[in-house]
Every structure is written in structure tokens, then in C-alpha cells.
Design a protein around this ligand. Structure first.
Ligand code: MG
Ligand code: MG
Length: 602
């Protein structure tokens, strides 16, 4: 296990939702070694500092930083005397708490004057007082500091102050939000490692906005944004820093999200950051090579099997020990599981089987990255399958590839019928919906744990909110997963998952489905009128699309034709005809699809 070895990991309590005690419990459970205690969290906590200290000790957490102390330095003498009095009070509190490092942010006060000599002298006096309490002062340049807003400037002042209890705190947001050209970061090498008292890590999406608002609301975990946080970490480690790697992430979404999963996501991002910076070895990713199966869990098999039958699937095998049937059409395999657990949630896409060249190694990486490893499915005679839970709860089974006949998971099934005649049908992609709090982390999970590549995120209008979508895929396109998130958390339409079946003729497939009694999702005439304006089609083609509800998209690589079945529970199917070069998923058509699905429910 990489967990709890190597560098000490820490998280600022402000990064998590809940009360202080909830935050501490979540951080400890996720495997962090320590926390930064944010003053507001302490002020709102009914526990005395000594009790918080004991709680942290019980949880195995060190208190690595107390923060923030603001507007201390570069002020007139009389103001500084009052500031020292305030500091003494905080240092006494920190002694009770057992915290030995305090964060001092560069002043934003209108009282502050632009005078480095004064700032250095006052910080040295502050450090002298701190030293009496056994405390160190870590001075951080806020990107919006009044006179000190770069790490280089903060370091020049700390160097001039020349006090053993005074060092700098480097914060990746404050540094990288001001520019991350190599020359902007070269100065880090000039700071002796032992004078870097603390390192705070956060990423952020690249946004053009006021830097204070950007910092307070849009920070995210490393790997989720656009900053080269790993490059910064590499430089800080090269300078000789050996202190905690601490996440300080102010984010409006995380503030509302359940602290437990957020803390795990946070810790995973730190593990990945260390890997990216070359500071930790994790088991290498094993990229899945294909989709072995999709598993539907349902309390009522009839509507599901009617849908599969209309889609041309045949029930080919039955599990030897469980109420699970294998349905197959070409290379598309769907398991229908009618276990009693299905009664709670209705019909849903519960699991995905991924073919892997080395399932055990894939599971080791997943485990090292804190993915919950699920108990292996074992009935007497069952092949043990490695499985992990994705952040949305979908079970991911790591299956040996079918090169060895038959693949291990298939051996658990007894044949019911001859394998149907080969046809071009296979699973083109799977679309999963994510809890909206964890969308970015879901992408990071699939990228980092499974080694899939993420495409650009797309924002889509749903009639009742905004929907985001981002796809992850392997290089061959034989595994494609579209991750979507809806704004309406309780809406079944937005939260349905789908299985897209690749065919070489979507018109023929749609007609056959309808002839077999299947119902296709109707698409408004306005959509096809608009298609006629955007593209030229051969005679009669658009009329066929109109009749069958076929949607159309095109990119530089080719065309994509697709249509949808009705929804059963929280699952529907899509029939797709993908030109080999087309890279997308018809996302541009998703608003029309969502509107039609909403209409169908009413
Ligand atoms: Mg900071
Ligand atoms: Mg789709």
C-alpha cells in the first residue's frame, strides 16, 4: 500500500463540508496524516482546544497548521503593538491545540505600507514571540496581497528578517494564478528547503476572473484544473522541502458535498500528484481493452427482457449460482440480474465488466488509489473477479480478456442456447450519470485508476437545468464511457444511464427494433427541420431519420447517426452508427433527447 507511507499528507479543514469533528473524522478515514485547522472551524466548534487536540490524536491526525493570521506586517508601530497582542492570544490557543506552525498571510490592510524593511522587522519580532511558544511562522504571499503578492517577494522579506522561527508558506494557487511560465517558478530553487515551512496545494480551472473570487470559490483538487501543480511540486521538492503536502481547496461545491467521499477524492488527487511529480511510485495503470458486459439490476425482468428481445438479443446463458442471465447480440453482452437487492432502486445499470490484460494489476492500482475494492463474487465454482466501485457506485469488474477461451467470468454461466450468429453489434459506449458534487472527481477517477483518456467537457442545456458531459476512452475506442451530470438531483430522466449499441446500419437496426415491438424515442419535427438547414442529405434520408427519430452529428472524422429506445427504470438503450473517424457521442443532440425523455414521462 502507498497509503500513509512516504510524505505526510494533510488537508485544510476548509476544504471539507460539515462541522469540525465531521471534517476530522472524514480526513482520518480517507487516510490523511494531518490537518490544517481553519480558525472559523475552531470558533464554531463546541469542543475546547484541548478536546480537539485529543480528538485529532485519537484519529491519528497531527495538526500541521493553524490558519490564518491576517494583516500583521508592514503597519505603523502602534498598529503592530496591537497585532502582537492579538498574536500572543493566538499562540496561547495554539499551545492548547498542540499546533506548532501558524500561517500568516501577506497584508491586505489599507494600513499596510509598502516598506519591506518595516515588514521584515515586524515579522522578525512576531517570530521572536512565536518562538517563546515553540511556534513557527509561515509567511504566505496572497495573490491579492496589498504590497506583497508574489512568493519571491515574500521570500525576500523572510530572508531579510533572518529569524529561525520565520519561513515561507508556498501555495500553488497564489503562485500559479499569477503565471506558471518556467521563469516565474525558477525562484523556488533559491529558497533553502528548510525555510519553506509549509506547502499548500490546489488546482483551479483556467478562468478569466478576479483572482480573489477565483481563489475563494473555484479552487479544485490537483489534477482537476488547468494548473501544472505537479511541476510546482517537483520544484518545491527539488528545493529540499520535506514537510507536509497539504490540500487547501476553497470550493463552493465541496463545501456542500458529503465530507466522506470528498476526503477520499482529495487524498486520491494527492497520491496522483505525487506520482505525476515523480515523488511516489504507484502500480502502473492497466488500460482496459474492451467491454466484457454491462449488468442491469432489476426487480422486474419482464420489461427489460422485452426490450432486449426487441433489440435482437438472445438469452444465451444462465449463471450457475445466481439469478443472472446473459443476453447476447453479436459482441454486445448484457447481464440481467434479478437478485433481491434490485427491489430498492428499480432497474439500473449496476455494473460494467471491463476486459483487462492484467485484472489483478489493474485492481492493485485501483486499491492504491483508494477505490473501494469490492468483495469478490464467489459462489461455489465461481471465478473470482476483481471488482472496484467507481465514485458513482457502479461496480467495475476487471475481467481477463476473451483471448483465452472462454474468459473466466463466462465460465460461471451454463449455456442455454447456441451462440447467436455473429453480427456487427457491440457496445459502443456506456453513459453513466454522476452525483453532481463529484463530477470532476469521477473524470479523474476513470482517467487515473483505469488509465483512460478524457475528452473535453461539454455543457448541455437540459430543459430543467444544465447538464455536463465528459467522455473517457481508451486509445482504440473499444472502451468508451460518457460521464454526465445533471443539475436536478432527483430527476430520473437526467439520472438514467444508457447502453449504446454499435451497428453498421442504424436505419435497419431501428426498423427491426420497431418491427419487433420496440418503441423508439420520438424526436420533434423542429429538430429535423433544423438538420435540413445544416446538412445536405441524399434524397429520402432525412425523411427516414424523421420517421425513426434518428439524430445526426458530424465532426471532422465523419458522421454519427443515433436513436434511443424508451426508458425502463433508469436505463435506456441507444442505437448508433459511428463512422470510424467520428470521435464524439452526439452530445450536441443531448438537449433534444433529454427534452423528449422529459416529455415522455409526462
Ligand atoms: Mg494558502
Ligand atoms: Mg450516448
Amino acid at each position: 500500500m502507498t497509503r500513509n507511507t512516504g510524505m505526510h499528507t494533510s488537508i485544510a479543514t476548509v476544504s471539507l463540508s460539515g462541522t469540525l469533528t465531521e471534517k476530522l473524522a472524514a480526513a482520518a478515514r480517507a487516510g490523511f496524516g494531518g490537518v490544517e485547522i481553519f480558525e472559523n472551524d475552531l470558533l464554531a466548534c463546541p469542543l475546547a482546544p484541548e478536546e480537539i487536540r485529543a480528538r485529532c490524536a485519537d484519529l491519528g491526525l497531527s495538526i500541521d497548521l493553524y490558519q490564518p493570521m491576517r494583516d500583521i506586517e508592514g503597519v505603523p508601530d502602534d498598529v503592530f503593538v496591537r497585532n502582537l497582542r492579538r498574536a500572543r492570544h493566538k499562540f496561547e490557543l495554539m499551545n492548547r491545540l498542540g499546533a506548532d506552525t501558524v500561517l500568516v498571510c501577506s497584508s491586505v490592510s489599507p494600513d499596510a505600507v509598502d516598506d519591506d524593511v518595516r515588514a521584515a522587522g515586524q515579522l522578525a519580532r512576531l517570530a521572536g514571540l512565536a518562538e517563546e511558544f515553540g511556534i513557527r511562522v509561515a509567511y504566505e504571499a496572497l495573490a491579492w496581497g496589498r504590497h506583497v503578492n508574489t512568493y519571491g517577494h515574500a521570500w525576500r522579506i523572510v530572508e531579510a528578517a533572518d529569524h529561525p522561527a520565520l519561513g515561507v508558506c508556498l501555495d500553488s494557487f497564489h503562485i500559479l494564478s499569477r503565471g506558471s511560465e518556467p521563469e516565474d517558478l525558477e525562484g523556488i530553487a533559491d529558497i533553502p528547503g528548510e525555510k519553506i515551512f509549509f506547502l499548500q496545494l490546489a488546482d483551479a480551472p483556467l478562468l478569466a476572473m478576479d483572482v480573489l473570487q477565483w481563489s475563494r470559490h473555484y479552487r479544485c483538487f490537483p489534477g482537476q484544473g488547468g494548473f501544472d501543480v505537479a511541476g510546482l511540486l517537483r520544484r518545491v521538492l527539488a528545493a529540499g522541502y520535506r514537510g507536509p503536502l497539504s490540500l487547501e481547496v476553497f470550493n463552493d461545491v465541496f463545501r456542500q458535498a458529503d465530507a466522506g467521499p470528498t476526503a477520499v477524492d482529495a487524498h486520491r488527487s494527492l497520491l496522483l500528484l505525487r506520482e505525476a511529480a515523480g515523488a511516489a511510485e504507484l502500480p502502473s495503470p492497466v488500460v482496459p481493452t474492451g467491454v466484457a458486459f454491462a449488468e442491469l439490476l432489476t426487480p422486474d425482468a419482464e420489461p427489460v427482457t422485452a426490450l432486449l428481445t426487441a433489440l435482437g438479443f438472445t438469452r444465451t446463458a444462465r449463471h450457475r449460482g445466481k439469478p443472472v442471465d446473459l443476453w447476447q447480440r453479436g459482441a454486445a453482452r448484457v447481464l440481467v440480474n434479478t437478485a433481491a437487492t434490485a427491489r430498492r432502486d428499480g432497474t439500473r445499470l449496476a455494473a460494467i465488466g471491463l476486459e483487462s490484460p492484467d485484472p489483478a494489476a489493474a485492481a492493485r492500482r485501483a486499491e492504491a488509489l483508494l477505490a473501494p475494492v469490492l468483495p469478490r463474487r464467489r459462489a461455489p465454482g465461481d471465478a473470482p473477479l476483481d471488482a472496484v466501485a467507481a465514485p458513482d457506485g457502479t461496480e467495475l469488474f476487471l475481467c481477463a480478456t476473451g483471448d483465452t477461451e472462454p474468459p473466466d467470468w463466462r465460465a460461471d454461466f451454463a449455456d442455454l442456447a447456441d451462440t447467436p450468429a455473429p453480427c456487427a453489434t457491440r457496445i459502443d459506449h456506456l453513459a453513466l450519470t454522476q452525483p453532481w458534487h463529484h463530477f470532476d472527481e469521477a473524470t479523474l477517477f476513470h482517467r487515473s485508476v483505469l488509465g483512460l483518456t478524457a475528452q473535453e467537457s461539454v455543457d448541455l442545456a437540459d430543459p430543467y437545468g444544465l447538464m455536463r458531459s465528459r467522455a473517457v476512452a481508451n486509445a482504440e475506442g473499444s472502451v468508451r464511457i460518457a460521464l454526465g451530470v445533471g443539475a436536478a438531483p432527483t430527476d430520473d430522466t437526467v439520472h438514467a444511464a444508457h447502453i449504446a449499441l454499435a451497428t453498421d446500419d442504424v436505419v435497419a437496426a431501428a426498423r427491426a427494433f420497431r418491427a419487433a415491438g420496440g418503441r423508439l424515442l420520438p424526436v420533434p419535427a423542429n429538430y429535423h427541420d433544423d438538420l435540413a438547414a445544416r446538412y445536405e442529405f441524399p434524397d429520402g434520408e432525412l425523411e427516414t431519420y424523421r420517421e425513426l427519430g434518428i439524430l445526426y452529428d458530424r465532426d471532422a472524422g465523419g458522421a454519427f447517426r443515433h436513436c434511443y429506445t424508451e426508458t425502463v427504470g433508469r436505463v435506456f438503450f441507444e442505437l448508433v452508427q459511428r463512422d470510424p473517424g467520428y470521435q464524439g457521442y452526439g452530445a450536441v443532440n443531448a438537449p433534444v433527447r433529454l427534452a423528449a425523455q422529459h416529455a415522455g414521462r409526462r
